[in-house]
Design a protein around this ligand. Structure first.
Ligand code: GDD
Ligand code: MN
Length: 364
């Protein structure tokens, strides 16, 4: 990290094939800052667009505009580009914005003033607070999509627009963020979850439609968002998050178990054999999904080693479940209701045991 310069504002702009927009954006940023008497450096992080952006920036440099171009080769990604830009930045204040003129550079001084006054460490240029406007006519589907995306992030951070690509923060807050590892687009969300912070302020913005070039937000990025969310939930809620996913997998496992069991019983007609095979299949199913989902960060070990530990662990869970329920039933008042409760408590104990074994033994 470079030494910081007091009062300087570093505006980081991630770009992929935006040279046409950059031509308009950079002078507007510089003018807006000059008008307010703010010192600025613009850092463009381009993922090897090969669209002539080098020449555009070279022209600006001839005109003495404070702009730097960082070209990353062999790497793509909005969030990682922004982090890279922040690492190169020297300002006391960091700003992130889109290149496509959706975000108004004239709004930057207002964001910065909130940081200067000390009322906050992180200012979001928000599309969803009173006063925000947009000239994009989103279809119902796109609107719904955006609402669901925000809802899914709600337990992580309670702001109206955690998806915004327009925000400003103190350099100190960026430095305090832990182990940043965003996938895809949601860099603000990543920073908000991973920094110990004070108060977040949302400032209403006008979100303009892009006029030049194309959006890079596609289906792959939407899937990245789901992966990113899982990471953030695991980070923030660790065992609760894992346990939730483990239960989700277990629930599908019960469905698989019952389906297989009934099919096997129909064909084999032997209850005990059908039960045993179905349990084996369900256990394998659970193993596969837990390896892919719940504990997907522990996939370095070979699968068969994890598999036999997992299965071994489940066996123990089954025994515990059996033991707890029989002990309870024997000690209790022998009623039908109490027997049901005993069975349920047994299953719950077995599940918790299975989870702990999976986490601390199989997927350690
Ligand atoms: N370096 C780099 N690498 N930049 C990228 C990449 C990449 O792989 N992909 C996109 N960008 C840049 C674009 O060039 C643009 O400057 C900015 O990131 C936003 O990309 P758009 O393609 O215009 O995205 P959008 O308008 O759909 O998304 C905007 O709104 C979303 C909320 O609806 C962004 O602000 C998102 O951050 C925001 O979540
Ligand atoms: Mn855009």
């Amino acid at each position: 990290m470079l030494a910081s310069t007091a009062g300087l504002v570093s505006v980081v702009v991630p770009t992929y094939k935006e040279s046409e927009n950059i031509r308009h954006l950079v002078p507007r940023i510089c003018n807006a800052m000059k008008t307010e008497g703010l010192a600025v450096e613009v850092i463009i992080v381009d993922d090897d667009s090969q669209d002539g952006i080098e020449q555009v920036v070279a022209e600006f440099r001839k005109e003495q505009l404070p702009v730097k171009l960082e070209v990353r080769v062999g790497q793509r990604g909005l969030s990682t580009a922004v982090i890279h830009g922040f690492e190169l930045a020297q300002g006391e204040y960091l700003v992130c914005m889109d290149a496509d003129l959706s975000h108004s550079p004239e709004k930057i001084p207002e964001l910065i003033s909130k940081l200067q006054s000390g009322e906050t460490d992180f200012v979001i240029g928000s599309r969803y607070v009173p006063g925000s406007t947009t000239d994009i006519n989103w279809g119902l589907l796109r609107w719904l999509n955006s609402k669901v995306a925000i809802l899914l992030a709600r337990p992580l951070v309670s702001v109206k627009d955690p998806m915004s690509g327009f925000f400003a923060l103190r350099r100190a807050m960026f430095l305090s963020a832990e182990s940043l590892s965003p996938i895809g687009y949601k860099i603000a969300l990543e920073l908000l979850v991973k920094s110990p912070r004070k108060k977040i302020v949302e400032v209403p913005i006008h979100f303009a439609d892009r006029k030049l070039g194309k959006s890079k937000l596609n289906l792959a990025e939407q899937l990245n968002y789901i992966k990113h969310l899982k990471r953030l939930y695991d980070y923030k809620y660790d065992n609760f998050s894992r346990f939730f996913q483990f239960c989700l997998v277990g629930t599908t496992g019960v469905g698989v178990d019952l389906t297989c069991f009934n099919l096997l019983l129909l064909t084999l007609k032997v209850f005990a054999v059908a039960r045993a095979i179905a349990i084996g299949i369900a256990m394998t199913w659970n193993f596969y999904l837990n390896r892919r989902l719940t504990f997907n960060d522990a996939r370095r070990a070979p699968w068969y080693k994890q598999y036999y530990k997992f299965v071994g662990g489940c066996l123990l869970g089954a025994v515990i479940s059996w033991a707890v329920s029989t002990t309870l039933a024997r000690a209790g008042p022998g009623s039908w209701l109490f027997a049901q409760i005993a069975v349920l408590v047994g299953i719950a104990c077995g599940t918790v045991a299975n989870f702990l074994i999976a986490k601390y033994v199989a997927f350690r």
